[in-house]
Write a protein that binds this ligand. Structure first.
Ligand SMILES: NC(=O)c1ccc[n+]([C@@H]2O[C@H](COP(=O)([O-])OP(=O)(O)OC[C@H]3O[C@@H](n4cnc5c(N)ncnc54)[C@H](OP(=O)(O)O)[C@@H]3O)[C@@H](O)[C@H]2O)c1
Length: 253
C-alpha cells in the first residue's frame, strides 16, 4: 500500500508472478496505467530494469523487482512474507509449455511441465490466499489455459497440468467466497507470445498479449469468476468437450 501526492490517496499494488513473460509485461502496463504500484517477480529479475524505467516514465508508477522461482517451493513463504507492501491483487502468469513428444519418454521434461504449471502455482498461491483469508480481502488471478479442458494427444502433459490448475482455482474460489477473497480464472486460447512463436497459429483465433491484459484487468475490476480470451473460446471448448469419447479418441488433435 502506498500513499502518494499531497492528498495521501491510496495506490493499490499488484504482484505479477512470472513477470518476464510477454503476457505479464502487457498486464504490468495495464495495471500501471490504472494507477497501481507494480511488483514484478521473475527469475533473473534484473533484466526487467528497462520495463521498470518504462513504467516509471510512462505512468509515474512505483515498480519493485523481486527475484522469484516458481520451482523453489521452499522459498515461497519467505518470498511473500518479505514483501514490504502486501499486494491487493496477485496474478500468477508463469507457465511452461514444454515439448509433449519429448515428455513422453523424458520424466525430466514431464516433471518440469507439471511442477511449473501446477505445483509451483499451487505452492505460491496457497501462501498468498491464506494471507488474503486472514485479511478478508484480496484478489488472486491465475492464467490457466483452455488446453486444460480436454486432453489431446498433442499436448496432454501441459494440458493435464493446466487442468489441475484450473480445478485448483475453482476450489480456491469456492473456499474463499466466504472469506471475502476474489479468485479469477483466466482461460486464454492461443496467444502470440514467446511460448508460441514457433507454432503456426490461426490468426482469427489468436489473441495479442494486450487482449489478455485487458481481460485480466476487467475480470479483476468486475470480480468475474472465469474469463475466456477471446470470448468465443468458451464456445469452442464447449463443442470440443461435447464430442463423445468414442469419437474423440479417433481424432488427431
Ligand atoms: N501463449 C499462449 O498461447 C498461451 C495460451 C494459454 C495459456 N498460456 C499461459 O499464459 C501464461 C504466460 O505465458 P506466455 O504465453 O506469456 O509465455 P512466455 O512468454 O513463455 O512466459 C512464460 C513465463 O513463465 C516463466 N517461468 C517459467 N518457469 C518459471 C519458474 N520456474 N519460475 C518463474 N518463472 C517461470 C518464464 O520465465 P523466464 O522468462 O525466466 O523463462 C516466462 O517469463 C503461461 O501460464 C501460459 O501457460 C499461454
Amino acid at each position: 500500500m502506498l500513499f502518494c501526492g499531497k492528498k495521501l490517496h491510496f495506490m493499490p499494488t499488484v504482484l505479477i508472478l512470472g513477470a518476464a513473460s510477454d503476457m505479464a509485461v502487457a498486464i504490468a502496463k495495464k495495471f500501471a496505467s490504472k494507477g497501481y504500484a507494480v511488483q514484478l517477480a521473475a527469475r533473473n529479475v534484473q533484466r526487467l530494469q528497462p520495463l521498470q524505467s518504462d513504467l516509471a516514465i510512462r505512468f509515474n508508477t512505483t515498480t519493485t523487482l523481486l527475484e522469484f522461482d516458481a520451482l523453489n517451493f521452499n522459498s515461497h513463504e519467505s518470498f511473500f512474507n518479505s514483501l514490504a507492501a502486501k499486494p491487493e491483487v496477485t496474478i500468477c502468469v508463469f507457465g511452461y509449455l514444454g515439448d509433449n513428444e519429448v515428455a513422453r519418454t523424458s520424466w525430466t521434461e514431464t516433471e518440469k511441465i507439471i511442477q511449473t504449471n501446477y505445483t509451483g502455482a499451487v505452492s505460491i498461491l496457497n501462501v498468498v490466499s491464506n494471507y488474503y483469508a486472514t485479511r478478508k480481502s484480496g484478489t488472486v488471478a491465475g492464467i490457466s489455459s483452455v488446453a486444460g479442458e480436454r486432453g489431446r494427444q498433442s499436448n496432454y502433459m501441459y494440458g493435464s497440468a493446466k487442468a489441475g490448475f484450473t480445478a485448483y482455482l475453482s476450489g480456491l474460489r469456492n473456499r474463499m467466497f466466504r472469506e471475502g477473497v476474489h479468485v479469477l480464472s483466466i482461460q486464454p486460447g492461443f496467444v502470440y507470445t514467446r511460448m508460441t512463436e514457433n507454432l503456426p497459429l490461426p490468426a482469427l483465433l489468436t489473441a495479442q498479449p494486450e487482449q489478455v491484459a485487458n481481460a485480466v484487468y476487467g475480470g479483476v475490476i468486475k470480480k468475474k469468476n472465469v474469463v475466456y480470451v477471446k470470448w468465443f473460446w468458451r464456445w469452442i471448448m464447449f463443442i470440443i468437450k461435447s464430442v463423445p469419447e468414442f469419437m474423440f479418441k479417433k481424432l488427431k488433435l
